[in-house]
Write a protein that binds this ligand. Structure first.
Ligand code: SF4
Length: 238
């Protein structure tokens, strides 16, 4: 009982610290603006089609995969992790050094920040599913090339079709471009509104590493938190 109370207190402290970091003055404001849902480029939204492979089989195939040039430089592939029926899914760009070594997504500094964001949204990491559009680390953390994304993205598609999340959050421009290919513009214009991918709402926001690179910029943190609040409203967490 005491342990549970300690854990609750520690979670609360973490959330409050995150709120303080991003500026508590705007965190507690009530978000009443309607969520704008641009029409999907391919027509009205539909239900996601059925998956063609079981998710465990997808993950086993990813771990063995050598279909694209990224296999040559990796330590291990990083399929992703989390709840296999998560209502919320985060999709980043690709594994970095720490992820490549540990075989887990978002475990470096950007991952620690993502974990704080997830907790501030009233979830634990184990409640959500976290992955990337390419499953192997690009050399020197370069942006994955179009051909690599094309070869790898069917794995992500199968993950989504298995998990069937209620909302997908894309982290950064590269992941956003995969889901919203016809929406041109910078993240500042793409973020903050839902798009449709096979009937699943997609919310683009900044990548946590961008937040870290712009550590003193409260405006960017505020934008991310605004985006996450819209996700929480959509998921009935707020
Ligand atoms: S990045 Fe994707 S397609 Fe390329 S080797 Fe890794 S798992 Fe296979």
């Amino acid at each position: 009982m005491e342990k549970d109370a300690d854990k609750l207190l520690s979670n609360l402290e973490e959330r409050l610290k995150f709120f303080r970091d991003i500026g508590a003055d705007f965190v507690f404001k009530n978000e009443t603006a309607p969520v704008r849902t641009p029409s999907p480029p391919g027509g009205p939204s539909s239900s996601p089609p059925p998956a063609s492979m079981d998710i465990q089989a997808v993950h086993e195939e990813i771990l063995r995969c050598r279909k694209c040039p990224l296999a040559a430089g990796r330590t291990q592939a990083v399929p992703g992790e989390g709840h296999l029926h998560a209502e919320l899914m985060f999709v980043g760009e690709g594994p970095g050094h720490d992820e490549d070594v540990q075989g887990r997504p978002f475990v470096g500094r950007a991952g620690q920040l993502l974990t704080k964001i997830i907790r501030a949204m009233t979830y634990e990491r184990a409640d959500v599913f976290i992955t990337n559009i390419v499953k192997c680390r690009p050399p020197n953390n370069r942006v994955p090339r179009r051909d690599e994304i094309e070869i790898c993205s069917p794995y992500l598609r199968e993950q989504i079709l298995n998990i069937r999340p209620k909302v997908i959050v894309t982290l950064g421009k590269v992941a956003t471009d995969l889901f919203v290919p016809d929406a041109f513009g910078a993240m500042t214009t793409l973020r903050g509104q839902f798009y449709d991918w096979n009937g699943i709402p997609v919310m683009p926001t900044f990548h946590p590493s961008y937040l870290i690179r712009n550590e003193g910029n409260k405006e960017i943190k505020k934008m991310v938190w605004d985006d996450m609040q819209k996700v929480m409203v959509r998921l009935g967490r707020k």
